[in-house]
Design a protein around this ligand. Structure first.
Ligand code: CU
Length: 287
């Protein structure tokens, strides 16, 4: 399952925000058509990178399944479609043993993002660490296809995102991201609106979201130590950014730096009335 580590830049911390960026390889552009989970020989790192030739190396953490001696190891890289399963994984250190001493970040020591290669089926989970050094979490994937699993954690004060592939058997029905829009529904009664300011590659952009329900503004509740969480995934290679907002209140404002031009899927998560809601929006970033 190992994808060779492929560093494309040194990590830097952007302002006071946690901006994690993992460039994911072995995922030739979804935009170019559906790629089956078991199609081999599609690991076109060079081509994939060429398409993002001016990727700002400073903001790219450039990591895949391993980085600086830490490696994400999924115990099982295949799940049965629609069947509740337990995903088990460990983070192994340079000595090959499971790491156990993680930092608490946003109230949890491990954040796990699971998403299908086309950006559908987003899940944000919080696994539990067992005494054996293995993280476990219940996971059901209703659709077939290739998924990316992002382990988002911090160790010794250093934020990391490692990612691995997970397959669900069957014929995958991949779809492109929806066209960009300024509003999205969470599917459970909330509407999210994004400010229309343009975002440019390599420049800090402020993304502002407002949440409403039945036409009335909603003030979100703190969720995992922040007013909201935003994950951005670049279409095609699923480069990953996780950003936290500047302020609480009626407007959730995220200072985000997109590493390159292109289309991104944005996943905004907020809490209201004790429940977590997710809205998905598409955003184009200009050169
Ligand atoms: Cu989390």
């Amino acid at each position: 399952m190992a994808i060779p580590p492929n560093r494309i830049g040194a990590g830097t911390k952007l302002a006071a925000f946690t901006v994690l960026l993992a460039a994911i390889f072995g995922m030739a552009a979804v935009a170019g058509g559906a790629i089956g989970p078991d199609r081999d020989g599609t690991r076109e790192e060079g081509d994939a990178m060429a398409g993002h030739g001016e990727m700002a190396s400073d903001s790219v953490r450039g990591l895949a399944v391993s980085e600086d001696g830490l490696e994400l190891e999924l115990q099982d890289a295949e799940l049965e479609r629609g069947r509740p399963a337990q995903l088990a994984f460990s983070i192994r250190g340079a000595d090959g043993r499971p790491v156990r001493d993680f930092d608490v970040e946003h109230e949890r020591r491990m954040h796990l993002i699971v998403v299908r290669r086309d950006g559908s089926g987003f899940q944000h989970l919080h696994p539990e660490l067992g005494g054996d050094g293995v993280w476990r979490v219940g996971l059901t994937l209703p659709d077939a296809g290739a998924y990316r699993v992002f382990a988002d954690f911090s160790k010794d004060g250093q934020a990391r995102t490692l990612a691995a592939d997970l397959a669900v058997d069957g014929e995958a029905d991949y779809r492109p991201l929806p066209e960009p829009a300024t509003t999205a529904s969470t599917g459970d009664g909330y509407e999210v609106r994004i400010s229309a300011d343009s975002a440019r590659a390599g420049e800090e952009a402020e993304l502002r979201f407002t949440v409403s329900r039945d036409g009335r503004p909603v003030r979100t509740q703190p969720y995992l130590g922040a007013g909201g969480h935003l994950v951005a995934l670049r279409e095609g290679d699923l480069a990953y950014l996780h950003v936290h907002p500047e302020e609480h209140g009626d407007v959730l404002s995220f200072a985000t730096e997109f590493p390159s031009e292109g289309r991104y899927g944005l996943y905004l998560q907020f809490r209201h009335e004790g429940r977590v809601h997710t809205a998905k929006l598409t955003r184009d970033v200009a050169r």
